[in-house]
Design a protein around this ligand. Sequence first.
Ligand code: S3P
Length: 429
Amino acid sequence: MNNITIKAGSPLKGEIEIPGDKSISHRAIILASIAEGTSRITNFLTGEDCISTISIMRAAGVKIEMAEDYVTVSGSSLFGLKEPEDVVDAGNSGTTTRLLAGLFASQNFFTVITGDRYLRKRPMNRVVEPLRSMGASINGRDGGNKLPLAICGTKLQGITYHSPISSAQVKSSILLAGLSADGTTTVYEPTLSRDHSERMLVAMGAKAKRLEDGGFSVEGGFSLSAVDIEVPGDISSAAFFIVAALIVEGSEIVLKAVGVNPARTGIIDILLAMGGDIKLENKRDVAGEPVADIVVKSGPLKGVEIAGDLIPRAIDELPVVAVAAAFAEGTTVVREAKELRVKESDRISAITSELKKLGADIQEREDGFVVEGGKPLSGAVVGSFDDHRIAMSMTVAALKASGETSISDPECVNISFPGFFNLLKSIQR
Ligand code: S3P
């Protein structure tokens, strides 16, 4: 077992670039793989999750080449994929699994998808059930709810699906299946989750559109055209540096070219409501996604209540919100965030137990947590649960806890943020 020791921090200063967005990187590989022509993807995230997506698409016959600064994907067109020779492995990546379950369900071949011991525990019914209602033939452990999933690709029928959860993975899985289904496939969700799939489908010329009533529909049987995609910096990765700069006194940093898609900026809204000194500058559009430079200065924070539409807009950032809350004056309550229990780890229980070890006053709730902020924290030995976002959240907490904190199995940060620890070191002054 590996550990990393983090010391209470000196201020963070300087300008940094954050690695490419994980959600957009996955989608760029998948959609470029089924487009006609060659797509070039720049600022692609080379985290382990996105590499899993590349290896599965290669196993399905797609030519994908990785140069130092970009990736080229020679699209196989919608029906040019090939049957993988062996079981394909999505590693730790829920996005890879759920999106590709939708894509492969409508191909004319057989695929078995598996994953690591964490992914094999995560629920797949959320995509398997709607895909079955399109005619998909999918089996797996626990009635098809758990990996490995065995998918016998077949012709599907378009559906109108009202998802009970706001999940971009569910939405994207069904839309991907809909691309080659008969007729129209339309997806509704309670509140808008990240819409990167929809934006990229439109950019690649799919017969797809946002409806006035909020649904999104795609017509089956129309091909996509290759495009060049510049992936913005990942706001979910930026979040760790934003919170670190807010809580470590004397910090002032600029995060360049971070994606600020409104379906992802819940973290900015939350930290602004907490009184954080954050400014978005140089706003522009890059390949259909809004991007900005984010300027952050340290300063006092106060507790807030977080629920409703904000939850899907900040779902991956809620563990680091707990860290910000521990250093804020007053109470922070996070509600309606039960989805956190089925992420890479049970993030409600993981962040609660580990912050408690540093002395934080945080209580677990069924659908979130309550933090009484402002208690002094001190270094301790904490776990990462092999969950990249827990490891990085605890690193941020450690920068402001007195003494030293030892975090176990920190290499899981490579799932979404290779170079995280070095980048942090490079701006500690
Ligand atoms: C993702 C969607 C979210 C998010 C995950 C990435 C995506 O999951 O938590 O990290 O790229 O579609 P859900 O769709 O399960 O909410």
